[in-house]
Design a protein around this ligand. Structure first.
Ligand code: AYL
Length: 545
């Protein structure tokens, strides 16, 4: 009998994808023999580049070294502290081929932040570049049964026991690579989800491969699914974030495209890459789109080669998309403006704009990708809502994570008994099943597409003996989207200053988490009956701004 569908439960309009027992690395490099000498990844700053054949060889040798030389066993965790450089691909896919589980950290993190993450998932080896070797050594002291540090770009150091990547790749290693099961976890990125501190998100090969198949459905693709067109893509979003890793890197590797990436964004380097590499597709976050739309040194001539731009990871306004087209004097047929929506917890994509879609839908985050279902539920009654009614967005599909690492309670709060992922985002859909995001119920702050957990900043401010209470909230910002601002209650007769609070946070956290929105002093923090900070009260009233 046909399943009885609940009313207002939406299925993807584009069918289903089938996923077998294939690992992520096997899936991503499946067709590499068709284009071994095509350029694979190029560093836009240094020009260092590998072709697909070389990349595949290095991945295989890296896997052998991690298993045969460093003696890392299947299932053990390796931590990457790497910017967007071509060797990122060698390490991450080499590790996955060896059956390891990867967790990656932002190279801008302080050692406190890296230590917290790497100790939480019990990392056994770290790979990083010269600049962060001292940090890796310091962090490794708090890791149990640590097996070694890999220096990307450096040579072996017999004194400190550091392994140079070059030496690892050059030597022959006796390794028996494991048969990896597609249901095994292979990646643990960190996300604060709907509440609290960042948590490990357990993603399996199957989650990530499903998502690649879901987005590589003809309706959502430039060439109707045809591969190997030799496209060049320019990208800045970090490979150490799920958007950069699965949504950009793996997505384009499967197609055999040339990926040009910048380890560090500067307007000059970005413009240089536009001119030198003539990319057809740009992958951006909203703040980068704002840069393209408004920066005086970006000239329309530099974008002649561009036919599509993918924007994701944070809200983009319709007016910014239009402003961009006006600035570069292009029509929506000349440059396709595509939007994707998702979460780290969903590998990440759940909604995407079709490659060709009606102009009046500009500003929408798109439609459900294959094998994905959605409900929009009322914030008060929990019932599933119809078109144009705003509520919390719930999603279900094979790309949804296995759960949070070592945190069953948070897993249960986020994925309900029926498998629905509660996004903490508020949105609605229209009659054609295009979705729109209007707000967020969760505390998460997004600074230039980066996640900032208010809890993380609040706990640092609370450590100060003169602080009685604190709430950190995202304030709107023209370029960054949002910036964190702290509302602080001091203990009686204390004189802690705004500057002292800002400096203390700056010492302990990466730059994008700093209190760019400043500090305001209050007599009390609005809390609900359960004692939870009512973060949303701050956004609703002028008096807090
Ligand atoms: P995380 N519009 C509005 N908000 C968004 C959007 C969007 N297009 N995309 C992500 N968000 C917010 O885990 C939203 O609040 O993953 C969501 O819950 O760092 C949160 O960011 C998740 O943050 C792509 C490109 C998906 C990127 C992504 C999202 C990866 C961000 C598909 O094609």
């Amino acid at each position: 009998t046909a399943p009885v569908l609940e009313t207002n439960l939406l299925n993807s309009l584009y069918g289903e994808v089938a996923v077998g027992n294939e690992t992520l690395t096997d899936h991503v490099f499946k067709d590499v023999n068709l284009w071994p000498s095509a350029p694979c990844v190029t560093c836009g700053t240094s020009g260092r580049s590998y072709d697909y054949g070389m990349m595949q060889l290095m991945i295989e040798r890296c896997a052998a070294a991690l298993s045969g030389h460093l003696k890392l066993s299947p299932g053990e965790r390796i931590g990457l502290i790497l910017p967007n450089i071509p060797e990122f691909v060698v390490l991450i896919h080499g590790a996955m081929k060896a059956g390891l589980v990867v967790t990656f950290a932002n190279p801008l993190y302080t050692s406190d932040e890296v230590r917290r993450q790497f100790a939480d998932c019990n990392v056994k080896a770290i790979a990083t570049i010269e600049m962060f070797i001292p940090m890796a050594s310091e962090v490794s002291k708090s890791l149990k049964d640590y097996k070694g540090t890999i220096w990307v770009g450096g040579d072996d150091d017999k004194v400190t026991g550091i392994h140079g990547l070059r030496s690892l790749l050059m030597a022959d290693h006796d390794a028996d690579l494991p048969d990896v099961d597609a249901n095994d976890v292979c990646l643990i990125p960190y996300s604060s989800g709907t509440t609290g501190l960042p948590k490990g998100v357990m993603l399996t090969h199957k989650n990530l491969v499903s998502n690649l198949k879901q987005v590589q459905t003809p309706k959502f693709m430039k060439y109707d699914g045809e591969k190997g067109k030799g496209d060049v893509i320019l990208t800045v979003p970090p490979f150490f974030h799920i958007y950069g890793f699965n949504g950009i890197l793996n997505y384009n590797l499967i197609l055999g495209y040339h990926i040009v990436s910048l380890p560090k964004f500067t307007p000059d380097d970005y413009i240089k890459c536009l001119i030198e590499y003539q990319p057809s597709t740009l992958f951006v976050v909203p703040s980068l789109l704002t840069f393209l739309a408004t920066h005086p040194s970006v000239k329309k001539e530099y974008l002649q080669s561009v036919d599509s731009i993918m924007v994701g990871a944070a809200p983009t306004t319709e007016s910014m998309l239009e402003k961009f087209l006006l600035k570069v004097e292009k029509t929506k047929d000349q440059i396709k403006l595509l939007q994707g929506y998702g979460m780290t917890e969903s590998s990440p994509v759940t909604l995407l704009t079709p490659y060709i879609y009606p102009y009046e839908k500009i500003g929408s985050i798109g439609q459900l990708v294959p094998s994905t279902q959605a409900r929009v539920i009322s914030l008060t009654t929990g019932e599933s809502l119809g078109p144009h009614e705003s509520g919390e967005l719930l999603l279900r599909g094979p790309q949804v994570m296995k759960g949070y690492w070592n945190n069953e309670e948070a897993t249960k709060e986020t994925i309900d008994n029926d498998g629905w992922l509660h996004t903490g985002d508020i949105g609605y859909y229209d009659k054609e099943h295009f979705f729109y995001i209007v707000d967020r119920t969760k505390e998460l702050i997004k600074v230039k597409g980066n996640q900032v957990s208010p809890t993380e900043i609040e706990s640092i401010i609370m450590e100060h003996p003169e602080v009685a209470d604190v709430a950190v909230v995202g304030m709107p910002d023209a370029l960054a989207g949002e910036v964190p601002k702290a509302f602080v209650v001091l203990k009686p007769d204390h004189k802690l200053t705004e500057k002292q609070i800002i400096d203390n946070v700056a010492q302990k956290l990466a730059k994008y988490k700093h209190l760019a929105g400043g500090v305001a002093f209050l007599d009390a923090i609005p809390r609900n009956a359960a004692g939870k900070i009512m973060h949303h009260v701050f956004g609703e009233s002028e008096k807090w701004a």
